[in-house]
Design a protein around this ligand. Structure first.
Ligand SMILES: Nc1ncnc2c1ncn2[C@@H]1O[C@H](COP(=O)(O)OP(=O)(O)OP(=O)(O)O)[C@@H](O)[C@H]1O
Length: 648
């Protein structure tokens, strides 16, 4: 602990800052100077009364405590332990949320007068904007450990305190709160900050373990004996090996920053294969193994996996190990667990290296083009072009030229240098014909000829050019029925129909939860976002006529509504039209789609529609801070209906 400057020197430096906008160089450290400047910018005066907004109302405090329920429950035992260490030292142990509102205070407040006791009670705000420089507010503003002694406090009436505080970070790198020890200025101890910082590590480690349900968790240390201690490194992985959470020790050991979470695969920092890891784990639970990081550091490691909540990994891990190629390709990256989808992918894999054309059927927006591109990327032509043509989107009079190309001057408006056509562009790769059922009959005959002769003759004559491509077609209608109605040529149908796979509509899928995680991760790779359980169940029950296209768009909009520190998407973040649909569905009592996978449905087993509706109302009221009109608007119902629902 650096020796604090004398109070008089600090007071003079502060006056200088107030008067001239800067401090004489070298008088105080940079961090303190920044904090004083922020305090001044917030309009605070070192001498004088406090603002009125410094204490949360009972209702606001209740919300804060609810929101931070998990942080509180893991912090309380550690705070008690910490308090034992500072007992009789005229100190209190304080936990604040990530806005500086005090949530829990433990300790001997006898050294404080009445006003000071109120200032350290739950609900008081120690944000710098309200209290100027202080360990809690400054640790928040700087996201780092801070000690503030006596006259370093910006407000003179806090000068009797000495405080040490450290930020508590979540597994995904966001700031959850601040742990602090504050005491009488004369009772400060050089080890207090170390104590706080160790206590914070204990809390963070408990939190990362608690938040790793449905995750693979790795505990490691340079020495086997270090595992299980406060110094151990912990990372959590998604089922496909992305590092999605880490404690400080892990970030330091793997040379990663919080921004790498969700963006780095474990295999890019450690020399290991995920399948081997899981295999070893299923053979010998919690056995310590040795791994090496890419810089050669030897590490002792234990794998933890919650079998009851991670069926996709734990119960099938032996299968995953026995079929590693399937787990590596582009199709497997889209696989979020639905069995019909997976079966379509497995069948497709078997024809990728054979001259068998593929038809993908499915409603609009189910991801047919995504699937086709992943099939291309999973096959031997992956380094060739993937040429996608939407037959429904090209005007009938242009489709021929677009597909087959044309000679220079073949028709009025043609490009002077001619055009090779999309079929020739696909040479060596894959041609994807979307909405093939909408191709005009005349064009169908020409396409048939190309497929039979494996060559293209451009419009207006010219040399016939050989083409070699894999063919994938997609359609939302049943081509055989089209053929029976004379709208599609039977001979073309037989030619393009090597294998037909049907992709399920979103409402039919059994992997809604995992799919949601996958989409959120692709839309926001830097932050690990989630839907609140009630909302997830509501969305899983929605019919989604626009399928994945519509659902991704709803999630994209919801993400845009989040504040930077928020990671949980609630009803209030959705666009009003979808909220209205959800509320109408809840009110009409339509049955819930059981697409939410087992872990959630077990938790939510007893949750009927009334409960879902109540949850939605509660969320809207919370988001609107109890404002009934605003909550009703968010829910898309009238104020009277909302009152009636609340009173029921
Ligand atoms: N696996 C996925 N993960 C994330 N988003 C997806 C996924 N699959 C599809 N989408 C979203 O859905 C949109 C539509 O996908 P795609 O174009 O593949 O569907 P489609 O079935 O070919 O649609 P259409 O029949 O209208 O041509 C994509 O642009 C993307 O936003």
């Amino acid at each position: 602990m650096p020796t604090p400057l004398p109070a008089l020197t600090l007071r003079q430096a502060r006056l200088h800052l107030q008067e001239y906008g800067h401090c004489p160089s070298g008088t105080i450290n940079e961090r303190l100077l920044r904090s004083w400047q922020r305090s001044l910018a917030a309009g605070l005066q070192p001498v004088g009364g406090l603002r009125q907004t410094e204490h949360a109302s009972a209702d606001e405090l209740r919300h804060v405590l609810e929101r931070n329920h998990e942080l509180l429950s893991y912090s309380r035992p550690v705070m008690e332990y910490l308090f034992e260490s500072v007992r009789d030292s005229k100190s209190v142990v304080v936990l604040a949320d990530n806005r500086g509102t005090l949530m829990h205070t433990l300790g001997d407040a006898g050294f404080l007068n009445k006003a000071e006791r109120v200032a350290l009670a739950s609900g008081a705000s120690w944000h710098e904007d309200h209290r100027g420089t202080n360990a809690i507010g400054t640790a928040l503003a700087e996201t780092s450990e801070v000690e503030i002694h006596g006259a370093e406090h910006f407000l003179e009436h806090n000068g009797f305190l000495t405080c040490a505080a450290a930020p508590i970070m979540s597994a995904d790198g966001s700031l959850m709160g601040i742990l602090d020890i504050s005491g009488d200025r004369h009772s400060g101890h050089p080890h207090t900050l170390n104590l706080v910082s160790m206590a914070v590590r204990m809390i963070e480690n408990r939190l990362i373990v608690a938040s790793s349900k449905r995750r693979i968790r790795l505990h490691f240390h340079a020495h086997p004996e270090g595992i299980g201690t406060i110094a151990e490194a912990i990372v959590t992985l998604s089922e496909d090996g992305w590092i999605v959470g880490a404690n400080r020790a892990a970030l330091a050991l793997l040379h990663l920053g919080a921004h790498d979470l969700g963006a780095v695969q474990i295999t890019s920092v450690l020399n290991l294969r995920l399948e081997h890891l899981l295999h070893q784990h299923s053979a010998r639970t919690h056995q310590t193994i040795t791994v090496h990081s890419h810089d050669g550091t030897r590490l002792a490691m234990q794998v933890h996996l919650d079998h009851s909540v991670l069926p996709a990994v734990s119960s099938t891990s032996s299968t995953a190990v026995s079929t590693p190629p399937a787990a590596e390709d582009a199709l497997s990256l889209l696989d979020s667990g639905d069995l019909r989808w997976r079966s379509a992918a497995e069948k497709t894999r078997r024809i990728l290296d054979k001259p068998i054309p593929l038809i993908i059927q499915g409603e609009s927006g189910v991801g047919k083009e995504f699937f086709a591109k992943a099939a291309h990327d999973s096959g031997p032509r992956r380094n060739g072009p993937f040429v996608a043509i939407n037959c429904a989107a090209i005007p009938e009079n242009l489709i021929e030229a677009e597909l087959f190309g044309y000679q220079a001057g073949a028709f009025t408006g043609a490009r002077r240098e001619g055009n090779p056509g999309r079929l020739r562009e696909a040479n060596g790769g894959t041609l994807f014909l979307d909405e093939i059922g909408d191709m005009p009959l005349t064009m169908q005959s020409r396409l048939l000829r190309v497929l039979q002769e494996r060559s293209v003759t451009p419009l207006g004559g010219g040399k016939t050019v050989a083409v070699d491509f894999a063919l994938i077609c997609a359609t939302h209608c049943k081509l055989r029925e089209q053929a029976e109605q004379g709208k599609f040529r039977y001979d073309l149908y037989y030619r393009i129909n090597g294998l037909t796979v049907q992709l399920p509509a979103l409402r039919e899928r059994s992997d809604f939860q995992a799919l949601t995680t996958q989409i959120l991760r692709s839309l926001s790779p830097q932050r690990e976002l989630h839907l609140t359980p009630g909302l997830l169940a509501q969305l899983a029950a929605h019919p989604w006529p626009g399928n994945l296209r519509q659902y991704s768009s709803v999630l994209r909009t919801a993400i845009a509504m989040l504040d930077p520190h928020q990671t949980g998407i609630e009803l209030a973040h959705l666009s009003d039209d979808i909220v209205e649909d959800l509320m109408t569905a809840a009110a009409s009592g339509k049955p819930i789609n059981n697409a939410v996978s087992h872990p959630l449905s077990m938790e939510q087993g007893a949750q009927n529609l009334e409960q879902i509706s109540r949850n939605a109302i509660q969320q809207a009221l919370t988001a609107s801070r109890g404002n009934i009109s605003l909550a009703a608007r968010k829910l898309g119902i009238s104020r009277q209906t909302l009152y009636r629902k609340i009173n029921n």
